[in-house]
Design a protein around this ligand. Structure first.
Ligand SMILES: *Cc1c(COP(=O)(O)O)cnc(C)c1O
Length: 373
């Protein structure tokens, strides 16, 4: 059976997360659902302490180490609680690294704003730049004031809601750099050694909901506040190979399949090439549309993963946007509506979204523009 016949209808999923998975991953999961390998049982039924599950966990972890070139002095954890769980776990584990119990935050969108707010429960939070009046840019590093006493500098390298992505790694001036990579994880190569900690929920670019990857440098373990819940304590989880309690077994298995798919398709460098191509296709149409399509985000920090745009005018023409979505839906394109807090359109072009699927959107955007003129 081919992947095409497996897909009972031609739906193109531009959802922001949970998001599209590679068809071959779903097919493999379906094939193995009842009996995994020669175990006679499903991964869903397997003890998390069994040697079979251990193999799945170890395979997933080593694929991740390989794909991201993770140095030996970093631990890889597979935790529950999502990206939002890490908004608490990061300060609970790291804000006490220095006596002043404070942390620097870059707030460039909904997700980093939430993280900063959560961190305020556990220590002092310093937003290092003048507050942004809209989440459409990255404040210039020359305007940042880092606190030399801060335990870490936190940022979100791809703001999923507004479509703002850093194209550089912030200079932390010796402080521990912490990054939320939930929505562009493995979309490009990354130099892990520049970071103290990276975390990412799997459901955007590397799997399904349930598992959150934490990559943490070993010297940062063991500094948690005494109030830190055990399940969020990096050292306790690292000591137990993420098996302090039952991990999200099936989500870890699915992530393993996605990582294998990434590897077989050329790794993070190949993903980057494709992601550049895909996003440029849509941004080029926006730029050449004489203001019919408007991307509110500044050119230098437009996300390759989440392309936000309005239709008709800067604030968006509601009737036109509704019409656009209806036409998209007729063509089988779903989840193009922007986040409820932003409005307009958002096309999420994660790794699993193919060039052909983005071409279909591009064609539709050009046709829609022509029709309206
Ligand atoms: C989706 C998302 C989150 C939140 O993830 P949950 O799993 O819902 O907690 C955090 N950060 C970023 C960048 C995201 O895209």
């Amino acid at each position: 059976m081919s992947f095409k016949t497996m897909e009972h209808k031609q739906t193109i999923n531009f959802g922001a997360g949970p998001a599209k998975l590679p068809a071959s991953v779903l097919y493999q999961a379906q094939k193995e659902l009842l009996h995994y390998s020669d175990t006679g049982i499903s991964v869903l039924e397997m003890s998390h302490r069994s040697s079979d599950f251990n193999q799945i966990l170890n395979k997933t972890t080593s694929l991740l180490r390989e794909l991201l070139n993770i140095p030996d002095n970093y631990k890889v954890l597979m935790l529950q609680g999502g990206g939002c769980g890490q908004f608490s776990a990061v300060p609970l584990n790291l804000i006490g690294l220095k006596a002043d119990r404070c942390a620097d935050y870059l707030v460039t969108g909904t997700w980093s704003a939430k993280a900063a707010k959560e961190a305020e429960k556990y220590g002092k939070v310093n937003i290092v730049h003048p507050k942004l009046d809209s989440y459409t840019k990255i404040p210039d590093p020359s305007s940042w004031t880092l606190n030399p006493l801060a335990s870490y500098l936190y940022y979100c390298c791809n703001e999923t809601v507004h479509g703002v992505e850093y194209n550089f790694i912030p200079e932390a001036n010796g402080a521990v750099l912490v990054c939320d990579m939930s929505s562009n994880f493995l979309s490009q190569p990354v130099d892990v050694s520049k970071f103290g900690l990276i975390f990412a929920g799997a459901q955007k670019n590397v799997g399904c909901a349930g598992v959150t990857v934490v990559i943490v440098r070993e010297d940062l373990l063991g500094h948690s506040m005494k109030e830190c819940p055990v399940v969020l304590d990096y050292k306790q989880q690292a000591d137990m190979n993420s098996l302090y309690n039952t991990p999200p077994c099936f989500s870890i298995y699915i992530m393993g399949l996605v990582l294998e798919w990434i590897k077989n398709n050329g790794g993070s460098a190949a993903m980057e090439t494709l992601n550049k191509q895909k996003s440029a296709m849509i941004y080029d149409i926006i730029n050449a549309s004489n203001g019919f399509y408007v991307c509110p985000v500044e050119e230098g920090c437009r996300s390759r993963m989440n392309v936000n745009f309005r239709i008709g005018k800067k604030e968006g023409d509601e009737a036109l946007e509704k019409k656009f979505l209806e036409g998209a839906s007729k063509r089988g394109m779903i989840s193009l509506k922007g986040h409820r807090s932003v409005g307009g359109m958002r096309a999420s072009l994660y790794n699993a979204v193919t060039l052909e699927e983005v071409e279909a959107l591009a064609t539709y955007m050009k046709e829609f523009l022509k029709e309206q003129q």
